[in-house]
Write a protein that binds this ligand. Structure first.
Ligand code: IPM
Ligand code: MN
Length: 330
């Protein structure tokens, strides 16, 4: 397939450590990358004030994919790197699908959460009035467009009927209280369903879904939900399938008008940075999702199979030891 041009953003804390293992495992498959390193994240911001220059965004448009570790450093104002780098990347590159698979063969758990990734409460609508006074007001609106909801639902229905899935899709929302956004989501979901009569559907309120994620996660095949519910539910999904050290994710632009971005669900964990205690499996599995998206599905399958030994606890050790053991099994 030739070399793929991949941008690398190791980021902060354990980010660069886990991405190094991901690249090691990808190299073991024989797939070749032409990588370009980008020094971005909280540490870079503290050094020279750079977050995400427009020139870098423009350069990224020429890449095939972006592989990101984690961003966030103590000492940076909250939200600055999250909004200025990660969310800017998701919004500007129109990475409207956040796909997060959860899998624990021992417990018979195998589901995927499709999180809408460009709208909802993440959109940045709202503001502060009378800041600092006793009459201060804060609003944070949830932005939901028919187009944005529909493309997320369509993607999820397509995934539910794809090979290896069980043709079942659950919408998670809070329609009993969020009567405007929930109404749009429910109507859109049902209208799109008409194009997928072979897919069975269910609906859960998000609070009930939290119980099912813990008590009966086997019921789920594909779940579709909004940005904030998806953020929260996918941490829970990680927690019930071996921990956040195994949770991979893909931020996708399925229309291919910009490169997609692949990152573990976990954060930069500054408390364990430099101690080689980070589990690189989530980053390695995110690398497999990257290969899938580039059409290197055989190599991706080999990585996923090799990671099973880490998921079951057969492989343990330091960050590079786990990477070596997975690479040896590829
Ligand atoms: C995630 C993270 C991000 C999010 C943060 C770091 C902005 O928690 O990818 O789930 O909320 O989307
Ligand atoms: Mn999150």
């Amino acid at each position: 397939m030739g070399k793929h041009r991949v941008g690398i953003v190791g980021g902060d804390g354990i980010g660069p450590e886990v991405i190094a293992e991901g690249l090691k495992v990808i190299a073991a498959t024989g797939v070749e990358f032409d990588t370009v390193d980008y020094d971005l994240g909280g540490a870079r911001y503290l050094r020279d004030g750079t977050v995400l220059p427009d020139s870098v965004l423009e350069e990224w448009r020429g890449l095939d994919a972006i592989y990101l570790g984690a961003v966030g450093t103590p000492g940076v104002p909250p939200g600055l790197i999250e909004r200025g780098l990660l969310l800017k990347m998701r919004f500007e590159l129109d990475l409207y699908i956040n796909q997060r698979p959860f899998h624990d063969p021992g417990k018979g758990i195998d589901f995927v959460v499709i999180r809408e990734n460009t709208e909802g409460t993440y959109a940045g609508e709202g503001g502060l009035l009378r800041k600092g006074t006793p009459h201060e007001v804060a609003t944070q609106g949830s932005v939901n467009t028919r187009m944005g909801v529909e493309r997320a639902c369509r993607y999820a229905f397509d995934l539910a009927r794809s090979a290896g899935r069980r043709k079942h899709l659950t919408l998670v929302h809070k329609t009993n209280v969020l009567n405007f956004s929930g109404d749009l989501w429910e109507r859109t979901f049902n209208e799109v369903h008409a194009d997928y009569p072979d897919v069975a559907t269910a609906y859960n309120h998000v609070d009930a879904a939290c119980i099912y994620f813990v008590e009966d996660p086997q019921r789920y095949d594909v779940v579709v939900t909004d940005n904030l519910f998806g953020d929260i539910l996918t941490d829970l999904g990680g927690a019930v399938t071996g921990g956040i050290g195994f949770a991979a994710s893909a931020n996708l632009n399925p229309t291919l008008t910009a490169p997609s971005m692949f990152e573990p669900v976990h954060g930069s964990a500054p408390d364990i940075a430099g101690t080689a205690k980070a589990n690189p499996t989530a980053a390695i599995l995110s690398g497999a999702m990257l290969l899938d998206f580039l059409g290197e599905t055989a190599a991706a399958d080999r990585i996923r199979a090799a990671c099973e030994a880490s998921v079951t606890g057969e492989i343990t050790g330091s960050t590079p030891e786990i990477g070596d053991a997975i690479a040896a099994r590829v």
